[in-house]
Design a protein around this ligand. Structure first.
Ligand SMILES: [Zn+2]
Length: 404
């Protein structure tokens, strides 16, 4: 148990103000402002942010929706750092602990929260991200300011210690990685795909963050071959060089003209996997042609897991479902346990996220980071911002920063 005196002592070394990147209503650009370092209360901790992710999901919500409420706000839900202060009634975390933040917020009392799946909670919101259910406003109000700042206030219950071998950058991406992890696990099927022998997984949208992590995680779920599909060649070549289990890559830009109408992707996939692929994980952000044609290339009794939040319509043949026994499904949001499983896998080296970090920026360069993610400049996979120029522990941030 930390006493109030200890908390005051911890806080005395903290500055009164900090730099935060703020989103304003109707403005596409972030502004950089000096704001008070958040006060913390019972059951809360203050995290000195060492890495915060810039994801396509966050950028899309920010630029294209009004789901981020209570503007101006500090966004950023993929957070890792060190504990800078602990509030009263927090007995399992201490100043200096290396941690990552689990961003979902829920009521803590319903059946969804009991399963660690706050997205099923009637009060679902996310730290530094969006309000999904109006009933979640009370918690969102307290925690809507996220990690694009030097410090962030979070509930102690949303914080897990980072395994020693996990970098802050990988730590910031653990919940995102758990989305891919859950998708591949779902593609494999809870009871395991029937039969044994070689298993081939198609990953579409493979060059992006979630697609790349799905490719990396495939062998851990019993897939020994991956066919990676993306629009352009560059990101695919990087995957094929890194992962020996990537046995074929297909860039749709290289398919015969009018492939959308002629089934060119289905043909290319069937050529790449003559015995047909056993499952599909689709992370195609826009357009129905890729998932639609990938589904057609699957083997009997195969599973297609659609997880990109793609707004397109797709057409499916009745007989594909009925006669070939194909299953079209999605994956549940990852639970807290999934995130902890992924943290352990990153910690013991089974899943390497650091090689997928392609871009690092200072907080002052956040607007550049956002345009990198939106425009896919330089084939970004995992993009992080490092808010502190001089971390309190004096240990430099990992890796070279990208030029702004
Ligand atoms: Zn709940």
């Amino acid at each position: 148990m930390t006493t109030a005196t200890e908390q005051t002592a911890a806080r005395t070394s903290l500055p009164a103000t900090m730099t935060a990147a703020r989103a304003h209503a109707g403005k596409a650009e972030m502004t950089f402002e000096q704001v008070p370092v958040p006060e913390i209360g019972a059951g809360e901790v203050l995290v000195e942010v060492r890495a915060v992710g810039v994801s396509r999901g966050l950028v899309s919500v920010l630029v294209f929706t009004d789901m981020i409420k209570l503007l101006p706000a500090t966004v950023g839900h993929e957070i890792a750092g060190t504990i800078a202060a602990v509030g009263p009634a927090v007995d399992d975390l201490a100043v200096g602990d290396r941690v990552h933040v689990y961003p979902p917020l829920g009521c803590g009392a319903c059946e969804g929260c009991a399963r660690g799946q706050e997205s099923d909670c009637p009060e679902f919101a996310m730290i530094g991200y969006a309000l999904f259910q109006p009933a979640g406003l009370r918690r969102y109000e307290r925690y809507h300011h996220g990690g694009m700042a030097e410090y962030v206030r979070v509930p102690a219950g949303n914080v897990d210690r980072l395994p020693a071998a996990v970098s802050y950058e990988a730590g910031a991406k653990l919940t995102t990685a758990a989305v891919s992890w859950r998708a591949v696990a779902t593609a494999r099927g809870d009871g395991g795909v029937t039969g044994s022998g070689a298993r081939t997984l198609i990953v579409t949208g493979a060059a992006g963050a979630n697609g790349s992590i799905a490719v990396a995680a495939a062998p851990m779920h019993g897939f020994d071959k991956v066919i990676a599909v993306a629009n352009r060649r560059a990101g695919l070549d990087r995957l094929a060089e890194r992962y020996p289990h990537v046995t074929a890559t297909i860039a749709t830009k290289e398919l015969p003209e009018k492939w959308q109408r002629t089934g060119g992707l289905t043909a290319a996939l069937q050529q790449a996997a003559p015995d047909s692929a056993h499952a599909l994980v689709d992370f195609t952000p826009l357009g129905g042609d890729i998932p639609q044609q990938a589904i057609k290339a699957l083997a009997r009794n195969a599973r297609a897991v659609l997880v990109a939040g793609n707004p397109a319509s797709i057409q499916v043949d009745y007989l594909d479902i009925m006669a070939r026994g194909r299953t079209l499904t999605t994956a549940a949001d990852p639970s807290r346990d999934d995130v902890r499983t992924v943290a352990a896998a990153v910690g013991d080296g089974r899943l390497a996220l650091d090689p997928l970090v392609t871009h690092r920026y200072a907080l002052a360069d956040l607007n550049t980071a956002i345009s990198t993610v939106l425009g896919r400049k330089g084939q970004p996979v995992l993009v992080v911002v490092q808010p502190r120029e001089t971390p309190a522990d004096g240990i430099p941030n990992h890796g070279e920063r990208s030029s702004a």
